[in-house]
Design a protein around this ligand. Structure first.
Ligand code: B12
Length: 373
């Protein structure tokens, strides 16, 4: 996917912070205007296929948040990978390619009607750039396949079998298999990485390709959550020999399985862990951290449009004298897809999985313990 990043196609116009912030302030109004413009079109059925109108509204909300994040981050790979993902996924789900042209023009009109002239001009340069490259985005979205995670050879048969049973909703079989495969804590970490993560990524790809429904994806998530709980109960212990760690997905982030795996991996490594799960409101998260005084916090984000939430959360923590020494680790799919991105977040480090998170945390802990001897 990096093969084209140097050519003109990727010269994305830059947007000033002021213009980005005005876009964000007017986000709800912009979304409403774009929704209305699209809703009033006679060719709506052609544009969005058989999809419920809410799927389009949901896309407009995600789009606006993504655009704001991309103005702030100014990261080519981030913009490129997200736009090609949108083209691929929505066309697989029955939206016509012309929908994007119509939608992008509607955003331009709404921006022009709503933002101050100079700021509208800056933002609309980006929309013009997207419209100008519409055909390239179609082409690229067809060439690039959603990435598959490779499993170590000795797990590939188990992975295939597990995926098949998960898709068939055989939850008892999946849970019993996991119980049988996992005898030690180390087995559990391997099972997370070599079976659960690739399986869930494959489930995501199948959904993206329109091969499975949202219901089937929900079923798989639900079974996997049960499995993680059942494995956890095998190794639960009241003992811990390291400090406190708070792990959470950030506000608006509903993907929590990855952060749960990280939480359990740290707990198995001797940490005293609080896992807050999905979508923790920023102010509540800060209050919680304030109350618990953890040694480290781990923040999870899977989606491109949630990166700015994560950056803002870290900024608040690092700006407070009483919290600024807490170590911050970030992770989640968006960082695995863009391994340099974490450097723009203000975090102390990132990790690609639970095992790596435990290794980094251990180094931090040892360093802190040495400082106090
Ligand atoms: C299950 C799922 C959901 C479930 C989540 C249920 C749950 N209880 O968590 C639900 C239904 C809520 C959901 C919703 C949506 N989803 Co979804 N979802 C998935 C799916 C299939 C699996 C996620 C998962 O569990 N992965 C397995 C875990 C183990 O992997 P992981 O999250 O990467 O975590 C590992 C590392 O990243 C790291 N890590 C994670 N967190 C942290 C934290 C720290 C501190 C550290 C150090 C490391 C770390 O360690 C973990 C363990 O190895 C993914 C596909 C995928 N490729 O991930 C899509 C996916 C992420 N979803 C996607 C989308 C688009 C959505 C929606 C926008 C759909 C919609 N239109 O409504 C919404 C967004 C809602 C929101 N605001 O968050 C897209 C994102 C596309 C993109 N551009 O990136 C994906 C990639 C599907 C796809 N292939 O298109 N989803």
């Amino acid at each position: 996917m990096d093969r084209n990043l140097g050519n003109n196609f990727y010269k994305i116009p830059k947007v000033s912070l002021e213009a980005a912030e005005e876009y964000k302030d007017k986000l709800n109004l912009l979304i409403e205007k774009v929704n209305n413009k699209l809703f009033s079109r006679d060719d709506l059925t052609y544009l969005i296929g058989d999809n419920p109108i809410n799927k389009m509204y949901n896309n407009h909300e995600n789009h606006a948040n993504f655009m704001y994040n991309s103005f702030k981050l100014n990261d080519k790979k981030f913009v490129y990978s997200t736009i090609t993902w949108v083209y691929r996924t929505y066309s697989n789900h029955g939206f016509s390619y012309d929908y994007f042209l119509v939608e992008l023009s509607a955003w331009m009109e709404a921006v022009e009607e709503t933002l101050a002239d100079k700021k509208a001009e800056e933002i609309n340069k980006v929309y013009s750039w997207m419209i100008d490259h519409h055909h390239e985005f179609i082409r690229e979205s067809k060439i690039i396949e959603p990435a598959e995670l490779e499993t170590e050879n000795k797990f590939s048969a188990l992975y295939k079998e597990f995926l098949k049973c998960l898709l068939q909703g055989k939850h008892k079989y999946c849970i019993i298999t996991a119980q049988q495969e996992v005898e030690t804590k180390e087995d559990m970490l391997l099972f997370f990485e070599e079976v659960i993560r690739p399986t869930m990524y494959k489930i995501g790809n199948l959904w993206e390709e329109g091969e499975i429904s949202t219901a089937e994806e929900h079923l798989a998530s639900s079974i996997v959550s049960r499995i993680i709980s059942s494995l956890y109960s095998k190794f639960i212990s009241l003992e811990h020999d390291k400090g406190k760690a708070v792990i959470s997905a950030i506000a608006n982030e509903y993907h929590e399985i990855g952060s749960r795996i990280v939480a359990d991996s740290l707990e198995m490594a001797g940490w005293d862990v609080e896992h807050l799960g999905a979508d923790t409101p920023t102010a509540d998260l800060i209050d919680f951290i304030n109350k618990e005084s953890p040694f480290l916090i781990g923040l999870s984000a899977a989606l491109p449009f949630n990166v700015d939430n994560l950056i803002k959360t870290i900024k608040i923590i690092k700006s407070r004298n009483d919290l600024k020494d807490i170590k911050i680790l970030v992770g989640g799919k968006i960082f695995n897809d863009n391994p340099e991105l974490w450097k723009k977040t203000g975090a102390d480090d990132w990790a690609k999985n639970g095992k790596e998170a435990a290794e980094i945390a251990e180094l931090w802990w040892k360093k802190r313990c040495n400082e106090y001897v």
